[in-house]
Structures are given as C-alpha cells and as structure tokens.
Ligand binder design. Structure first.
Ligand SMILES: [Zn+2]
Ligand SMILES: [Zn+2]
Length: 339
C-alpha cells in the first residue's frame, strides 16, 4: 500500500513528507484493519511535519481524521464487522487504569497514544485501530464531510465546553479554520452570539455566511464584551487580546496542541475580575460521541477542500499559508475524484 511518512521534520517548503510503499498492516488482538476512504488535514499534522511537535516514532504516517471501512477484524475485536464504516480520531489508546482514566478524564491519561503520532495514521491506504477507539459515524454527511468532524469537530467541541459559554452568552473565536467553523455552528445552535477574529478575509466571509454576529481582524476591538473566548489560531499574541475582550468572570480556552509564546500579561488588563485562562488537551471518547450526535442533530454545515492523495504535501503547504477554505481532506480510496 501507499503511505505518506514524516521523514525529517522541517519547514513545509522543504517537503518533510515522503510517499512510500509499505505492507498492509495486520490487525492485532482487539484491533481493526481499516481501509481508508479519506483523511482530514489537521494543523497538528503540519506541526508534526514541521517539527513543532516532536515525533514519537521515526517515519510515522500522519493523519487522525480518518473515515474508512473495516476491512478485517483481529482476535477479540467484536464491536464492528467487515464492511462497517468507522471513524478513527486522534485519541488512539489509554491505559484505562490511571487516576485520570478512572475519574473520566482519559484525555489526560499519561499513557495515552495518538493516531498519526504514536501509531501510523490515515495518510495511507490502510491503518489499524483499537476496536474500542473506533467511532461509529453519524448519517447525513458525505465521507469528506465526516473527516473534519473527527478532530477539528471533536476538539472544537471540547474547547467550546471548556470555554463555558453561559446560555445566550457571547463567544469570541480567534482563528477560523476547520475546527472553528464547526464549533461556531454548535455554539450558535445552542444560542450563543458569536464574534469571529481572523486575519484571513476568506475566513471572515465563511464566518459571515454561517451567520455569526460579526467578523473582524485578529486585533480589532470586540463589538461586545465577551463571556467566553476560544483561541484556535496557534498564535500566542492573540491571548492578551482575547483576555482583554473578556467580560468580568469570562473564560478563554486555548484549543490548540501548540501555541507560540504568550506575551507577558498585565494582571489588571488581562486577568483580574475573575477572568479564566484554560487549555484544552485532546478529548475523551465521550466528547466524540456527544459531538457526533450534536453535529447530526444540528445538521451543521461542513466546508471542505478536497485534495488527491498524492497532493498531501500541497495540502499541508496550503494549510500553512492559510489558503484552505474550511477543512482540507485527502481523498484516498474511492472518495470523490482523487482516489
Ligand atoms: Zn489512564
Ligand atoms: Zn487534529
């Protein structure tokens, strides 16, 4: 089978990924072999390729927004049958026994493993996944639309929960790509007034087309005091701007796995009056199930830009250059025109 690997992490212009031939993997005990239909392109893949996120295994295949079909089941894998459509997301495994797992915070498990970081991901024709960490997929979406739901969507949903938007409250969103455009729709579906801050004019147009209350440049003043903020842009400089825009008691959640350094904060201007600054770390399987149900029920609109499988490097370069409308999706086996 064909698979992309990250050989030597480096700037995306130096082409850090390489397309290789590798045997189709065998599903182990409790695992599924999944034939990949398509795989979303996430900013985390870019951070891995560029070395912002240290590789955990040499020659790893990125990709953790995988829509596929079960091709075979390993011993003891009983949740799915060959032919079932499944999603494979970022969280690939936990120990199930540590104090975080036992209190329902498996996203914090120190022994957790991740698709496309510890285990080979979906920039390939096949991958294996632990049966317990594969997701049943909701109806009402195309394969390409499902892909970004599996990371961008789930993480955005966890960030939204972490931002604690009060009923009918105001939410500011910094950065408006794959994750943000999904979280914004869930927030509006739940009654929030959403204000978007992004440097990309195309992203501001997308935000307006989805019905946000306002869309402006990253450092423009907020049109209203914000109860909550979510920072999707991997840019530490926007943290003080978001905190300054928060109303008393407001909460700012940083959604990304990677952020450039946050400039020094002024206590009075940025934190006093019980403003909260929180991070978001991965997600639980419960977040995933909740989000996929809500996405179907609220019929959220997913904007995707398709890329043929052999254009994965271009997809990452376009993501780095803010040139992707909505979420990029690699079409792999029998998905659209690029299989
Ligand atoms: Zn654990
Ligand atoms: Zn991701």
């Amino acid at each position: 089978m064909r698979a992309w690997i990250v050989d030597e992490p480096g700037p995306v212009a130096s082409r850090p990924m390489r397309l290789v031939e590798r045997p189709v993997p065998e599903p182990g005990s409790g695992e599924l072999l999944v034939r990949v239909i398509c795989c979303g392109v996430c900013r985390t893949d870019l951070h891995l390729a560029e070395g912002d996120l240290a590789p955990r295994a040499p020659g790893i295949t990125p990709g953790h927004e995988v829509v596929g079909e079960v091709a075979a089941t390993g011993p003891g894998a009983a949740r799915f049958r060959p032919g079932d459509r499944v999603g494979v997301a970022w969280l690939a495994g936990t120990d199930g026994t540590c104090r975080y797992c036992r209190r329902g915070a498996e996203n914090l498990c120190p022994a957790s493993t991740y698709t496309g970081w510890d285990r080979h991901g979906g920039y390939a024709e096949y991958l294996t996944v632990a049966d317990a960490f594969a997701h049943p997929l909701p109806g009402g979406f195309s394969d390409a639309e499902l892909a970004p739901l599996l990371c961008a969507g789930i993480i955005g949903y966890r960030a939204l929960r972490r931002a604690q938007v009060p009923p009918g409250g105001t939410l500011g969103i910094w950065g408006f790509g794959g994750s943000a455009h999904l979280a914004a729709q869930i927030a509006m579906g739940q009654g929030a007034e959403v204000h978007v801050f992004t440097r990309a004019p195309a992203a501001r147009d997308l935000a307006r087309s989805l019905g946000v209350a306002s869309a402006q440049d990253s450092f423009d003043p907020a049109p209203a005091p914000l109860d909550s903020a979510i920072i999707f842009a991997p840019v530490g400089e926007v943290v003080p701007a978001a905190l300054a825009a928060l109303d008393r008691g407001g909460t700012c959640a940083i959604a990304g796995i990677y952020l450039t350094d946050i400039p020094s904060l002024n206590y009075d201007k940025h934190l006093f009056q019980e403003r909260n600054l929180r991070s978001v770390t991965a997600n639980t399987r419960g977040d995933a199930a909740e989000f996929l149900t809500l996405a179907q029920r609220l019929a959220i609109k997913v904007t995707t830009t398709p890329y043929p499988f052999d254009q994965a490097g271009k997809a990452l370069a376009d993501l780095a250059g803010d040139r992707i409308h909505g979420a990029g999706v690699l079409l792999i086996n029998n998905a659209g025109t690029g299989g």
